[in-house]
Write a protein that binds this ligand. Structure first.
Ligand SMILES: Cc1ncc(COP(=O)(O)O)c(C=O)c1O
Length: 391
């Protein structure tokens, strides 16, 4: 199909870097869990804009909070204190594990991880970081250095610290590799891009124990798994683990770009004026969005909804091409009997938008936390209608 010169796809490909494989539709509006395209297709969005749209689209409380803050005071940096930033910090810490008492606001997941890793290197005066095989932590220098198989696109002449990868779920390797040389271990409790792979409780418990034993910091990257997505505000809460640092972003602002690094008082005390910084992090619009998102998750009991929809998906969606389901809450990987991209494309013909992942067999569900039973029914029906694999 050749596209008109006026089509945004034509114009984007003529003006922006061709680094994204884009899908064949152009959304113009959204409401609840649906996005509406320029040709009036109504698509059920189970991908949530990369796990961002926690409240779906057009939540009146989020829209109002952003609009009201824009009218009141569009921006001021961290050079001054703001009521709305203080409220955002209190609200976020109020739903975090009890040991995390301070927050540093940033703009994205990669920036949150970049700062978390810097904090670990500074606080421990060590220069080695351990990450987990198959993990993804972002595209900036330090975040990409701890991302599994980033070597193909890393691009910088060298990494900022020594990095080794612990084979995922391998407790013996974790015990052998975490030593007094290690500044931090960074881990996604549920590995998102890897296909919503939930690490075992035993493995995460071993990481926590070994880090404590050797004075290394445990960083939980909850950029994808956090803010209610796994049926708890943070996935580590499901595992009963208290990391030294949590990083968050994506759903944190419900669509307004923002990120956060959460840590304990003792670690926070190591950093004074000028040690960390950002212009936009903690800006008033992002802060207003953070408060609105967390308040809505609590008010609407969305954590309960996420857990109920997970159960429903597990009960109804191991059909058609789906062989098993991994992950937690609404960060789920549907393991397919064929390439997930084929299933994704077939679902799009049913006006259902799911994601793929780094695992070619795994289709990823990152739906808004407001997902309803009827949406899961629709997904199950569409999957059932897909012809079984021929081999
Ligand atoms: C677990 C995890 N960490 C970090 C990032 C990077 O976040 P951002 O794209 O906001 O920089 C992502 C993005 O997909 C992610 O899934």
């Amino acid at each position: 199909m050749s596209l008109a010169a006026s089509d945004p796809r034509t114009r984007e490909s003529a003006t922006t870097l061709s680094v994204y494989g884009q899908l064949p539709f152009v959304p113009v509006s959204g409401s609840g869990c649906d996005i509406v395209t320029e040709d009036q297709r109504r698509i059920l969005d189970l991908y949530g804009g990369h796990a961002v749209a926690a409240l779906g689209y057009g939540d009146p409380r989020l829209v109002k909070a952003i609009g009201a803050q824009a009218q009141l005071l569009l921006f001021q940096s961290n050079a001054v204190a703001l009521e709305v930033r203080a409220k955002a910090a209190e609200t976020l810490l109020g739903v975090a594990p009890a040991n995390l008492r301070r927050v540093f606001f940033v703009n994205s997941g990669a920036e949150a991880n970049e700062n978390a890793l810097r904090m670990a290197c500074v606080a421990t005066a060590r220069r080695k970081v351990l990450a987990i095989t198959h993990g993804f932590h972002g595209r900036t220098a330090a975040a990409a250095a701890v991302t599994w198989s980033a070597d193909k696109w890393y691009g910088f002449p060298q990494k900022p610290f020594a990095v080794e990868f612990i084979p995922r779920d391998d407790c013996d390797s974790a015990k052998a590799m975490i030593s007094d040389q290690v500044a931090a271990v960074i881990v996604e409790p549920v590995q998102g891009l890897a296909g919503a792979y939930d690490l075992s409780a035993e493995f995460l418990g071993t990481l926590r124990k070994q880090c404590t034993l050797h004075g290394a910091l445990l960083i939980a990257d909850e950029v994808q798994s956090g803010i209610g997505r796994c049926g708890h505000f943070f996935a580590v809460q499901a595992y009963g683990i208290e990391p030294d640092i949590i990083t968050a972003a994506k759903a944190l602002g419900g669509g307004i770009p923002c990120g956060a690094v959460l840590c304990g008082n003792e670690l926070a005390a190591r950093f004074g004026p000028g040690d960390l910084g950002t212009t936009f992090g903690g800006g008033p619009i992002a802060a207003a969005a953070i408060v609105a998102v967390i308040d809505a998750i609590r008010h609407d009991r969305l954590l309960d909804n996420v857990r109920a929809r997970e159960i429903q998906i597990r009960e109804q969606c191991v059909v058609g091409p789906v062989r098993k389901i991994q992950g937690m809450g609404l960060l789920l990987g549907l393991v397919c009997d064929r390439p997930a991209v084929e299933v994704r494309n077939a679902l799009l013909e049913h006006d259902i938008f799911a994601g793929i992942s780094a695992d070619p067999q795994v289709l990823r569900i990152l739906a808004p936390l407001i997902l309803e039973p009827r949406h899961v029914d629709r997904l199950a029906e569409a999957l059932l209608s897909l012809a079984p694999a021929t081999c």
